[in-house]
Design a protein around this ligand. Structure first.
Ligand SMILES: O=C(O)CCC(=O)C(=O)O
Ligand SMILES: [Fe+2]
Length: 202
């Protein structure tokens, strides 16, 4: 992992079975603010239903998918066809590909309108991402706690706040062995937007 160019040199946050690196100040504040406004205004946000144990429920957040055309992405029982890349998403993607030393085909966007919006425990282990996907997660706006727990012993946890303009890189075995979530909070918080860049290989 190349980290010498960045303000916060990074160490693996996972004790075993996977890699997670955190770059607290990945984007300068002005850039992060500019992107947050563009994301709020230019993205086609939707609230989509998902299937949980065969039952359709609304996701507690807004979502969107952008990426290379003509590839359906299956995610939590729903199929999404990506919208085409726009200029600023392409911009962010290229900034991340440099540091991640990886290439991405899609970005999944999540809009947490306030502290009540959330994402439950899951792994990003769809077959279409391969066995050891590199997933790059950039955060904008409100700071929310990101929690990870070991799949086979859910008492083993790693937590960290994801800050405005930060980058979290998950790679190696992390999606096989660790789940993650963004829990609800009763704190009154403004909006947070998170982008996870992925590479669909099949
Ligand atoms: O909002 C976040 O930080 C997490 C998003 C996430 O886990 C996902 O999109 O799969
Ligand atoms: Fe995820």
């Amino acid at each position: 992992m190349q980290s010498d160019l960045f303000a916060s040199p990074t160490e693996n946050l996972l004790p075993y079975d996977g890699e997670v690196f955190y770059f607290k100040s990945f984007l300068p504040k002005e850039d992060a603010n500019r992107y947050l406004n563009l994301l709020k205004q230019e993205i086609e946000w939707k609230q989509e239903p998902i299937k949980i144990f065969g039952k359709e429920v609304m996701q507690p957040r807004l979502t969107a998918l952008y990426g290379n055309p003509n590839k359906v992405y299956r995610y939590s029982g729903i199929e999404m066809l990506p919208l085409p890349w726009n200029d600023f998403l392409m911009d962010i993607k290229e900034r991340i590909e440099g540091i991640a030393q990886a290439e991405f085909t899609h970005v999944l966007l999540n809009y947490y309108r306030d502290g009540q919006d959330s994402m439950g425990w899951h792994r990003d282990n769809e077959l279409s991402l391969g066995k050891t996907p590199t997933i790059a997660s950039v955060s904008f706006g409100a700071v929310r706690e990101f929690q990870m727990r070991y799949y086979q012993d859910k008492s083993k946890k790693v937590k960290l706040p994801l800050e405005d303009g930060s980058l979290l890189l998950m790679s190696g075995l992390s999606q096989q062995f660790w789940e993650h979530q963004i829990p609800k909070t009763s704190k009154s918080l403004p909006a947070r937007i998170n982008l996870t860049f992925r590479k669909i290989i099949t």
